[in-house]
Write a protein that binds this ligand. Structure first.
Ligand SMILES: [Zn+2]
Ligand SMILES: [Zn+2]
Length: 134
């Protein structure tokens, strides 16, 4: 058991994972998300302010949905998003497709603990020499 206070309503609930929000608030947020998604679909040129006002939802909440790639904007939307790495225009999330691909690769390399592939048994001795020369 991991009792936490809900970040939204303050109620104590059994925390499992993700944001510290209780089930009721999560359901309410989900319903709100569906409403916003529908609104964005019907009002492709709505600005962030309009969405926030029309759906009565915090702009920060909208931004969070964008970062989570749940909310996708049309090409003619006034809401302009740019890749945080290379600045390319994007319609959802934080990075463009190319940078996401690069990230997956570099994250994979950084997270790997065992020796790099070059030092595999077959190429063992020559690789070892190469490293010691450095
Ligand atoms: Zn709550
Ligand atoms: Zn990019």
């Amino acid at each position: 058991m991991n009792a936490r206070n809900c970040k939204k309503c303050g109620k104590i609930f059994n925390y499992i994972a993700g944001p510290p929000i209780c089930h009721a608030c999560k359901e309410a947020a989900e319903a709100k998300f569906q409403e916003v998604k529908e609104f964005v679909r019907k009002n492709k040129v709505a600005s962030m302010k309009e969405i926030s006002a029309e759906c009565n939802v915090d702009e920060r909440q909208i931004e969070q949905w964008i970062r989570e790639e749940r909310l996708v904007f049309a090409g003619d939307s006034p809401i302009k998003l740019f890749c945080e790495t290379c600045g390319a225009p994007i319609f959802t999330g934080r990075y463009c497709g190319n940078c996401k691909k690069d990230q997956v690769n570099s994250f994979g390399a950084a997270g790997r603990q065992e020796a790099p592939k070059a030092a595999a048994p077959s190429a063992g001795s020559s690789a070892a020499r190469m490293y010691s020369k450095k």
